[in-house]
Design a protein around this ligand. Structure first.
Ligand SMILES: [Zn+2]
Length: 318
């Protein structure tokens, strides 16, 4: 079933040329990168933190269940960095944004950092603040080839928004970026997520899109090809931070799960929660639709960590 998707992650400077409906043929392949299995050898990281000031330290691999599931250090992926077993969790930032810190199944604190899809491969650094000291811990970001999709458009001009629509888009985009940037100190109820709908996935995260030969923004989330009216369930506890009706995304809900872990649901037919409402894992937040710039019903689902949209499939253990 061909569906049309549009997304909010459009750079303003290229907006005019990007406002195009996207005819997407459902893809079978889910393109999560090769799993990087954690090794059982843990460095005595607490000691390293206490004695190293200048250079960034490359920690050993974290070995707990969350780390083994989520660690996909590629652009659009997640880096899990072990932080030791201090009584209090360190506070961590990456590219100036606070990073989620949780305790893994083996009792170790871990930083769970989202990596920008446009991040360069190579060494990246976390700033780690613990016990009055600030240290740098590094991790390596690998490469990943996301699939490409070439789409021919007959009429590109009729989807160029008028000035009013452009102004509306800019306002809505800023509102959503602000919601993604929030950081509530409370940790999430669960870091590994339930699928928000029951049904097959279609367009994967990261899909590179070319329109009439020109590359446009990559796909910022994961699509589920499910019928209109399919109930959407919160994949973890959280607070609803946006209930919107947007130019591109249609009826949209944002859930803030804590510590910068944010999920977004768009093109909804109806919404059954209100801004500020607390939701529990499994609560129905709305129903699948085709509102906004979508020609067919589907759920577009974004997952964001420290302000970066990352591959939702990782959080489903895929
Ligand atoms: Zn989508």
């Amino acid at each position: 079933m061909p569906v049309v998707l549009t997304h909010m992650s459009l750079a303003k400077k290229r907006l005019r040329s990007r406002l195009v409906p996207i005819a997407v043929v459902a893809l079978a392949a889910c393109l999560v990168g090769p799993r990087v299995d954690a090794t059982p050898s843990l460095q005595a990281l607490g000691k390293t933190i206490a004695t190293t000031q200048a250079a960034a330290v490359t920690p050993g691999a974290a070995a707990g269940y969350i780390a083994r599931t989520l660690h996909h250090p590629v652009p659009g992926g997640v880096a899990v960095v072990p932080l030791g077993r201090s009584a209090q969790p360190p506070s961590v930032s990456y590219d100036g944004a606070p990073v989620m810190v949780v305790k893994d199944s083996d009792g170790e604190w871990i930083a769970v950092a989202g990596i920008d899809l446009k991040a360069a491969a190579g060494r990246h650094e976390l700033q780690v603040r613990s016990g009055g000291q600030v240290q740098k811990l590094s991790f390596d970001v690998g490469t990943k080839e996301y699939a490409s999709q070439h789409i021919k458009l007959k009429n590109q001009s009729h989807v160029t928004p008028n000035p009013d629509q452009l102004e509306r888009y800019r306002r809505e985009h800023a509102e959503q970026m602000e919601a993604y940037a929030r950081f509530r100190p409370v940790g999430p109820s669960n870091v590994l997520l339930d699928a928000p709908v029951k049904g097959r996935t279609s367009s994967p995260f990261g899909l590179r899109r070319f329109f009439n030969g020109e590359e446009r923004n990559a796909h910022s989330g994961l699509d589920f090809a499910v019928p209109k009216g399919t109930p959407i369930q919160a994949p973890a506890n959280g607070v609803v931070t946006i209930v919107g009706d947007y130019f591109f995304n249609g009826r949209t809900v944002f859930i803030d799960h804590g510590q910068g872990f944010i999920t977004m649901y768009c093109h909804l037919d109806s919404i059954s929660v209100q801004k500020g409402q607390e939701v529990k894992r499994g609560d129905v937040i709305g129903k699948v639709g085709a509102t906004g710039r979508a020609t067919g019903p589907h759920l577009h689902w974004n997952v964001s960590l420290n302000g970066n949209r990352v591959d939702p499939a990782i959080f489903l253990g895929k």
